[in-house]
Write a protein that binds this ligand. Structure first.
Ligand SMILES: CC(=O)N[C@H]1[C@@H](OP(=O)(O)OP(=O)(O)OC[C@H]2O[C@@H](n3ccc(=O)[nH]c3=O)[C@H](O)[C@@H]2O)O[C@H](CO)[C@@H](O)[C@@H]1O
Ligand SMILES: C=C(OP(=O)(O)O)C(=O)O
Length: 426
């Protein structure tokens, strides 16, 4: 997939409906939670994306059985796990591999794992993971190429996160679910993906209260059970990008299988820009008109998600007047800016802020997807740009999207995947 590219031609207005798949960022944690029980759990709506395929390979290596019962539904059985030695290259190829630490320590006592990869926005420290798991009784040994985490026994603790982090909140919950005694997480992330994991673990017999608030209490249990089924929450980040696609192409798009509340801060911003958004219980419809620039700040949930910042940037390149974007979660998340410039956007980064002056049109060029959401931002730009846009480094986009070409094509977009013949499509 390394040499594959997308060809996007000016399209639109995009119209129609798309069904939103299960959330990558939830599915990654839920699948790893399968390590916590010897019995079988069933999870529906696991997206067929690159990160999940990597987890599947890692699962095979350590003995976590992942049986794809039907498309997007997996049966997971942890009974046969014998090893905590994870392939270093594979674990360093995506971000969420560190969930194996929290989920495996009860079973194997030592976990050997590569440093986390994932999208590169400058600094993405793991100090809060280390802080939380150390408080529960784990010991970290940092080597040059990997780190090793050991524990004889995990015991509940009071943990106050220094920053709000969804990853460390999730990792601490995985580890604390079976730790002895009570764990209290203060300053916890409130993200829907945290709540989704708590719901799954509680179905398995865990005692977790308060997920979705800044204080989560976990009373450790001796064992968790299987025999349960759970469906991954819809991907709010994919849904948000499709709502924006309506704005970029002046179209009308309905996203089905969404939880509108998860998108509230995004919806409010899009309405402020001039879009019309209507909501049902599990669907939303967006239509675009001539849009106005705005001032944007991202933050941790329920603030506007950093993962929506990049597609929103594209929308603002075409909105009238000036806009500013400050990504408070990842101030250096601006790899898309230079690429949008190549398409004719009037955009620059000054002191970590993205400054935009809306232009009347974009023009196709060859651009590079530095990371998954930069890829989304470039697809949206390509749909609006005159001529042809070639987007390289497609593998980053495929970390987050099962069939992005199919989904956009179904709305009338002119987008095709080109790949050298010897490579298989995910
Ligand atoms: C697989 C997954 O779910 N990825 C998402 C997750 O990443 P990830 O879980 O890595 O992000 P976090 O929620 O942990 O990061 C939030 C903030 O905390 C900081 N931090 C985090 C951990 C730590 O130990 N120390 C620390 O300082 C980060 O630099 C960042 O500024 O949430 C991000 C923020 O919503 C999203 O962009 C990613 O799509
Ligand atoms: C940043 C992202 O992913 P990850 O944390 O897996 O790198 C993302 O999904 O936008």
């Amino acid at each position: 997939m390394d040499n594959a590219w997308f060809e996007v031609r000016k399209s639109g207005p995009l119209t129609g409906e798309v069904t939103i798949p299960g959330a990558k960022n939830s599915a990654l944690a839920l699948v790893v939670a399968g390590c916590l029980t010897d019995e079988t759990i069933t999870i529906h709506d696991i997206p067929a994306i690159r990160d999940i395929l990597l987890i599947k390979e890692l699962a095979e290596d350590i003995g976590l059985h992942m049986n794809e019962k039907e498309k997007n539904t997996y049966e997971l059985t942890g009974r046969h796990i014998t090893s905590g030695k994870l392939d270093l290259a594979k674990t360093s190829d995506f971000r969420a591999s560190y969930y194996f630490v929290g989920a495996l320590l009860h079973k194997v006592k030592t976990v050997q794992i590569g440093y986390p990869g994932g999208d590169d926005f400058g600094s993405r420290p793991i100090d809060q993971h280390v802080k939380a798991l150390s408080a529960l009784g784990a010991t970290f040994d940092f080597k040059q190429q990997y780190y090793e985490v050991t524990s004889e026994k995990l015991t509940g603790a009071e943990i106050t996160f220094d920053v709000i982090t969804s990853g460390a909140t999730i990792n601490a919950m995985l580890a604390a679910a079976k730790a002895e005694g009570r764990t209290t997480l203060h300053n916890a992330a409130k993200d829907p993906e945290v709540v989704d994991l708590a719901n799954l673990l509680n179905l398995m017999g865990a005692k977790i209260k308060g997920a979705g608030t800044e204080k989560i209490t976990i009373d450790g249990v001796e064992s968790l059970h299987g025999g349960i089924e759970h469906t991954v929450i819809p991907d709010r980040l994919i849904a948000g990008a499709f709502l924006m696609a309506a704005g970029v192409t002046n179209g009308r798009i309905t996203v089905k299988n969404v939880i509108p509340e998860h998108l509230a801060s995004c919806t409010n911003k899009l309405i402020e820009l001039g879009m019309t958004i209507t909501e049902d219980d599990d669907s939303m419809t967006a239509s675009g008109t001539a849009l106005q620039g705005a001032r944007i700040q991202t933050g941790m949930y329920p603030e506007l998600a950093t993962d929506l910042q990049q597609p929103l940037t594209t929308l603002l390149t075409l909105a009238a007047g000036s806009s500013t974007i400050l990504d408070k979660v990842y101030p250096n998340r601006n790899g898309h800016v230079a690429e949008l410039k190549k398409l004719g956007a009037d955009i620059e980064v000054v002191d970590h802020q993205i400054l935009i002056h809306g232009v009347a049109k974009l023009t196709g060029a060859t651009v590079k997807a530095h990371d998954v959401r930069a890829g989304t931002s470039l697809i949206l730009a390509g749909l609006a740009a005159d001529g042809v846009t070639k987007i390289t480094d497609v593998k980053h986009i495929q970390r987050g999207y099962e069939d992005i070409v199919g989904l956009f094509t179904q709305l009338g977009a002119n987008i095709t995947l080109h790949q050298p013949e010897h490579q298989t499509q995910i």
